[in-house]
Design a binder for this molecule. Structure first.
Ligand code: NOJ
Ligand code: CA
Length: 530
């Protein structure tokens, strides 16, 4: 299991409100007790935080507010000492606008070779005062920002994140250096940000935005996303990864058509790709069945992975606590609820938590890699009512259609008391609500039925039980999800309202009390059927 740490919100060792690398080091015993095999750290590089650190000033250094390279080495030593591998985030699609290359590009002026590392184009109109086309940024607004001299630069995300030109040899060479830099420091693997971006066709005539707004294509024909030649870059990195002993691991963040996911996960490319389908699934047995079938199908030629949450999406316990709607997916319902600061529709936290418990037991019973986002093991809920003036996500300021992703990035509660519930000695960079106290690690450690203790038990059992990849469906009524794993172990979930009978056998783990031997609503058991 890979545990995702969002460093600025994990643990703050020096009381400045920002989580840091020594904070992570201090929590290694916690990670070990959870049963983590590897941690993936979201960016900790120098950054003005225009996009939570995904706007990188220097890919080969540590943000001084988070520590030093020495702190990084101490952290990796402590993690390795606890048998936990370390995965770092590589952000190759863009740099920040404070990166020395981008500063040089701006001052060098129109047509200068320094601009070739990015995607500059002439604007329209007599003085180039209009952007080259009507393409939109993923965070809202135009994907072009003016250089001030009639040229514009392209940015898929915030204007502070200019896209790199991957046809430039210098860009390619610099990222080879970055990968080697961290691998030489002992990093075990890499998470590749926006792995489906990088290669772009910005040749004219430009198709209108309407034609390309849907980014998921099954054939690699989109000018910006999931182009076939992106895999040349990963084949090149693969040679670097494989030159290490043991070979370095990589996982791509590739939001692509399901039919294209396996390419990123192939042995010649990155080796693994996030499968976001479960994170996007609604709490319905047919949705889960489909997601599992498509993920398992990926395993024939490549690998598969599962996740219920990350730093980009409303918390799972909240998504599942909002009303299930016929025509709007839970992701959308949650985003609209966030826009309304959580006022409507009504959130049923207990229901969300119950379903999140049942869901993690399904996820942990599947073959393949599991990713867990920090705080989901506490059953944390999304914080919906953060005041607008504290929001950090550029999405919140670039569009009125989204409140942004800060609600899942609020600093973790470690103890029921203290100015930031044990996160640090002072308040954290985003305010924690009072109800976080009830979710604190120390509260949950003392409660055998807590979410944290369920995660610990499930992760320990998972290692013991699921030693090979076989999975087959067991026929059941339509409101029940039932599959068998090696050694006759069954994973059974009741999505229906009424309790259902269980096969005869031994219960290994249940996320809730059984009802006279029957499986109640929104509950999963692992059992060995006789
Ligand atoms: C994906 C990251 O997960 C997200 O947080 C970020 O905003 C974009 N990539 C841009 O780097
Ligand atoms: Ca700090």
């Amino acid at each position: 299991m890979v545990y995702q740490i969002y460093p600025r919100s994990f643990a703050d060792s020096n009381g400045d409100g920002i989580g840091d690398l020594p904070g992570i080091t201090s929590r290694v015993p916690y990670l070990r007790s959870l049963g983590v095999d590897a941690v993936w750290l979201s960016p900790f590089y120098p950054s003005a935080l225009a996009d939570g650190g995904y706007d990188v000033d220097d890919h080969r250094n540590v943000d001084p507010r988070l520590g030093t390279l020495g702190d990084f080495d101490a952290m990796i030593t402590a993690l390795h000492g606890a048998d936990i591998k370390v995965i770092v985030d590589i952000v190759p699609n863009h740099t920040s606008n404070r990166h020395p290359w981008f500063r040089e590009a701006l001052t060098a002026g129109r047509g200068a070779p320094q601009r070739d590392r990015y995607l500059f184009r002439n604007g329209l109109g007599p003085r180039g005062e209009q952007p080259p086309n009507d393409w939109q940024s993923m965070f809202g607004g135009s994907a072009w920002a003016p250089a001030g001299d009639g040229q514009w630069y392209f940015h898929c995300f915030a204007a502070e994140q200019p896209d790199l030109n991957w046809e430039s040899d210098e860009v390619r060479e610099d990222f080879r250096r970055t990968v080697r830099f961290w691998a030489d420091r002992g990093v075990d693997g890499f998470r590749i940000d926006v792995a489906h971006g990088l290669r772009k066709d910005l040749s004219e005539p430009y198709p209108p935005w309407d034609e390309i707004a849907d980014i998921m294509r099954p054939d690699g024909s989109h000018p910006l996303w999931d182009r076939d030649d992106v895999h040349e870059i990963y084949a090149d990195w693969r040679r670097i990864f494989d030159a290490y002993d043991p070979p370095r691991f990589a996982v791509g963040e590739a939001s692509v058509h399901p039919a294209r996911r396996a390419r990123y996960a192939s042995a010649e490319s990155l080796g693994q790709a996030f499968n976001f389908a479960m994170q996007d699934a609604d709490w319905r047995p047919e949705d889960y069945r489909e997601v599992i079938n498509s993920g398992v199908a990926d395993m024939i030629n490549s690998t598969t992975s599962w996740l219920l949450g990350c730093h980009d999406t409303p918390r799972v316990a909240t998504r599942y606590g909002l009303p299930l709607e016929e025509d709007r997916p839970a992701q959308q319902v949650a985003r609209e609820w966030l826009l309304a600061d959580g006022a409507t529709p009504r959130l049923d936290r207990a229901l969300g938590e119950r379903r999140a418990r049942a869901a993690i037991m399904i996820l942990l019973a599947l073959p393949g890699s599991a990713y867990i986002y920090q705080g989901d093991e506490l059953g944390l809920q999304e914080v919906a009512d953060l005041p607008r003036e504290v929001l950090e996500d550029p999405m919140a300021s670039r569009t009125t259609k989204e409140k942004g992703r800060d609600g899942c990035r609020v600093p973790l509660p470690w103890s029921a008391n203290g100015p930031s519930y044990g996160f640090g000695q002072h308040v954290g960079h985003l305010p924690q609500p009072e109800w976080f106290a009830a979710y604190a690690v120390d509260v949950q450690e003392a409660d055998p039925g807590s979410m944290l203790n369920l995660y610990r038990r499930a992760l320990a059992l998972r290692r013991e039980l699921f030693v090979s990849d076989d999975l087959h469906w067991v026929e059941s009524e339509s409101s029940v999800l039932h599959f068998a794993r090696p050694g006759g172990v069954r994973c059974i979930t009741n999505f229906g309202a009424a309790p259902v009978a269980l096969p005869v056998g031994e219960i290994l783990l249940s996320c809730g009390q059984l009802d006279q031997g029957r499986l109640p609503s929104d509950t999963t058991v692992w059992m060995r059927a006789r």
